[in-house]
Design a protein around this ligand. Structure first.
Ligand SMILES: Nc1ncnc2c1ncn2[C@@H]1O[C@H](COP(=O)(O)OP(=O)(O)O)[C@@H](O)[C@H]1O
Ligand SMILES: O=C(O)[C@H](O)[C@@H](O)[C@H](O)[C@H](O)COP(=O)(O)O
Length: 235
């Protein structure tokens, strides 16, 4: 069964005023003009497979903002990863102490299982925010495919790439969050960006440069994700 994007989202999709797509040192470019032209010219449908989109990156890169937008666009469930940290992790981060691997394992498994539950309960797709700073954390999430009832479940990472200055500015401007700007340094220290090997071998990472305005970033993100979710119709 196919669902058209038009059915999921009343607003027409604009492809007209796109920002110049970013290129990345480590991953594939987020889109090409030929893909865009193909999408403009054809009716587009979301494949019937289960989809898990993991929006990743360090604190302040825009995970929640972009994930909510994507969930809305595709009619997917939304899981805010921060809400699944145990209180001990929140307390630690609020006190300015970075989490370590041990703090994160159960949280990652919980997020994976929450996503699987949403699919089991009938959701076609789910968008999860999860910093997933290291490759081994992303690998934990990748095991969702082994447990999902759809053997062709589509697990995809949207890595929001930002430089330290941008993150510092955004974390400083954000009100009422336990994660303060002093933690940005440790987030970068822990960060293992998806590199060329990971991107090429696993083909499940899109890298989005998030320096631009929110509107630009949302557009870049949905163009990248459309390529993953949507089958251009032959008709
Ligand atoms: N592209 C952007 N340009 C400007 N501000 C942004 C952008 N993306 C997010 N923000 C703002 O930056 C802050 C951090 O975004 P958020 O989505 O909470 O990031 P994360 O979930 O990764 O910590 C928020 O106040 C958000 O409104
Ligand atoms: O693995 C971690 O160290 C945390 O998950 C961290 O990366 C995450 O960013 C925080 O939960 C803060 O929340 P925000 O990302 O919403 O700032």
């Amino acid at each position: 069964m196919m669902q058209t994007v038009e059915q999921l989202q009343p607003k027409p999709i604009k492809y007209a005023s796109l920002p110049t797509p970013p290129t990345s040192n480590t991953g594939s470019p987020s889109n090409t003009s030929s893909t865009l032209n193909a999408m403009k010219a054809t009716k587009i449908s979301i494949s019937h497979h289960h989809h898990i989109l993991i929006v990743t990156g360090p604190a302040g890169c825009g995970k929640s903002t972009v994930a909510r937008y994507l969930a809305d666009r595709y009619g997917f469930d939304y899981i805010e990863g921060d809400e699944f940290h145990p209180q001990a992790n929140i307390d630690k981060m609020a006190a300015g102490i970075p989490l370590d691997d041990i703090d994160r394992w159960d949280w990652l498994i919980l997020l994976r299982d929450e996503a699987l539950n949403a699919l089991k309960n009938g959701s076609k797709g789910v968008v999860v925010t999860c910093s997933a700073l290291k490759k081994k954390y992303r690998d934990v999430i990748r095991t969702a495919r082994l447990y999902d009832e759809d053997p062709n479940a589509n697990i995809h990472f949207v890595y929001l790439r930002a430089d330290k200055q941008t993150l510092l500015a955004r974390v400083r401007a954000r009100q009422g969050h336990y994660m303060k700007d002093a933690m940005v340094e440790s987030q970068f220290a822990a960060l293992e960006e998806p590199d060329e090997t990971e991107c090429k071998q696993l083909k499940d990472v899109e890298i989005i440069d998030v320096k631009g305005s929110l509107e630009d970033v949302q557009e870049l993100a949905h163009i990248a994700v459309d390529k993953v979710l949507i089958i251009p119709s032959a008709r």
